[in-house]
Design a protein around this ligand. Sequence first.
Ligand code: PLP
Length: 390
Amino acid sequence: MNLDWPLMKNNILREDLDAVIELLRAQDPILTQSKNVREFEREWSDWLGVKHSVFVNSGSSANLITMAALREKFGPGEVIVPPLTWVSDIASVVQCGFKPVFVDIDRRTLGMDTDQVIAKLNSSTRAVFITHILGYNALTQKLIDELAKRNIPLIEDACESHGATFKGRRVGSFGLMSDFSFYYAHHLSTIEGGVCCTNDASLYEMLRMFRAHGMVREASTPDARQPFYDRHPDLNPDFIFAFPAYNVRSTEINAVLGRSQLERLDANNVIRTRNLNLFLENLDPKKYQTDFATEGSSNYAFTLILNHPDDALRDRAMQAMREHRVEFRRGTSGGGNQLRQPYLRKLLGDAECTKYPVVDHVHFYGFYLGNYPTLQADKILRLCEVLNAL
Ligand SMILES: Cc1ncc(COP(=O)(O)O)c(C=O)c1O
């Protein structure tokens, strides 16, 4: 049986492409970052419930300027991160001169375990950089309260979780800064793209500068620019580079795609949530994990995780999915335990990766599969039957 089930399908529709064509048809259209980028940022901020958004060329770039701004504002130190995340969450921490400190995950949310995070907090902690994995909320009230009490910034990576909520409020609106990705495989796609969000006015100005060479003229208000002009009368105000920064801008074309897609994001997420529930309700709970913390989840992927470390069942599941043309990724988000990757083994040695058993289980016995709005219910039921029979 060919289920023809890729990781993502029909994510960019004709109506999105038509919006781009309309832009291109205009007389001498501006294609570099301009009005559509500004409008997309405003619409995204409204949708998320934050004051400011900075549109960039990828979620990884959002991670990078977030960590760069954090370092600029708070100085060097430790950042607590999960081993189950995307490479750029840890690369950005390391590249910005922070020490990454790891804690294991909670098996029901796949996000960091709150008590283990709290146990690692100390006077050197500059931030807790959580990842909301594959649409599941990773926040707990206990974590939010403890960080507020100690005045330690919470940073959210919601690159995989557009529209997920915690206590009815969208994830990505809780942290001092938060990052989203608009890569093709995600809930909303600008082909490549990402955004960094904050309610903090001074961080917003810094993020805008970090996005574009560290240039002071990128700041949004005269008040943010003037101190640099006053301090550097020998410099042309057009070319004052405040920070050793990057160029991670996007374009009008990508912003037009984002604006068009945002109009149907919520409706798509309702279908995705229905799909995930159908999948989890029909999987055999004796063989596979079905007790994920789904409240407020918004998943563009299904999580398939074996209950027990059973190599034979894992291999049969992979073979069955290949046979039935169901695309999957082993290890779930980011390929599983980042500490097993060469770039972290070089930094931390070979033993570190074995200290996080919950992540290691997901690494060896977990998968993700596509969950897109046109995925039919009968395909979901057929796959569950196949998996349950293994
Ligand atoms: C959790 C997480 N963070 C960051 C990223 C990076 O986003 P991008 O692929 O847009 O660079 C991803 C990518 O998929 C991700 O899953």
